[in-house]
Design a binder for this molecule. Structure first.
Ligand code: NAG
Ligand code: NAG
Ligand code: NAG
Ligand code: NAG
Ligand code: NAG
Length: 167
């Protein structure tokens, strides 16, 4: 019985891990996201009265992602239908991420007069994470173990009953 309880606790612990997280270093934000999941990054508290430019860095140069100018957000292909920038809270959101969305994104913020305010460097890493893959494996192994424990205890019981009746 003890083993079963420990096993259940272990399974409960594992299922809590699957979550997208971005970590911030001095000038880079590192985001690891499983494919198909969204990513949210807050660039500035309030982007009203600001100009914002976001570009993805490619080996061949850079690619426009979106621009905020005069309170209007323009999103470029191939990001158009799955990218948003919320002016009210300065948050960048990209959904349905694919592996090839991985890479470095640079977001530059200027005030309404075009004076530089800040720059944000986002390193996006779209890949399968180890933990979500482990969950079904662990759950499967756990179920198998439970089944074996039940079978074994049944056998033991029956065996005991049998040998008991013999005496
Ligand atoms: C990030 O900061 C380090 C040291 O503070 C600097 O060497 C590096 O060039 C910076 N990178 C960018 C992209 O600003
Ligand atoms: C984007 O979405 C709109 C409506 O939701 C649709 O009409 C348009 O074809 C889509 N564009 C792309 C490139 O998927
Ligand atoms: C953002 O700033 C603008 C002007 O500076 C202000 O009108 C607006 O209420 C602010 N929005 C939020 C959500 O704070
Ligand atoms: C920013 O606003 C959008 C829509 O108004 C919301 O979906 C998002 O969660 C907000 N993000 C933050 C960090 O407040
Ligand atoms: C990424 O791959 C998808 C198909 O898997 C393709 O439709 C899309 O154009 C690619 N995006 C880029 C930026 O290469």
């Amino acid at each position: 019985m003890e083993q079963v309880v420990i096993l259940l606790l272990m399974l409960a612990g594992v299922t809590h891990v699957a979550e997208t997280k971005c970590s911030h270093t001095q000038n880079t934000t590192l985001c690891s996201v499983p494919p198909g999941e969204p990513v949210f990054v807050q660039v500035i508290n309030n982007a009203s009265n600001h100009q914002v430019r976001c570009n993805k860095q490619l080996p061949s140069g850079s690619m426009k992602v979106f621009v905020l100018m005069k309170e209007k957000v323009t999103i470029y292909e191939p990001f158009r239908n799955r990218t948003e920038f919320f002016i009210n809270n300065g948050t960048f959101k990209m959904t349905n991420l694919e592996r090839n969305d991985s890479g470095q994104y640079i977001i530059e913020v200027f005030d309404s007069n075009g004076v530089f305010v800040k720059e944000m460097n986002i390193q996006l890493n779209v890949q399968e994470q180890a933990f979500p893959l482990l969950i079904p494996v662990c759950a499967g192994a756990g179920a198998l173990l439970l089944l074996m424990l039940v079978l074994v205890s049944c056998c033991v019981c029956r065996h005991r009953k049998k040998s008991g009746s013999r005496i």
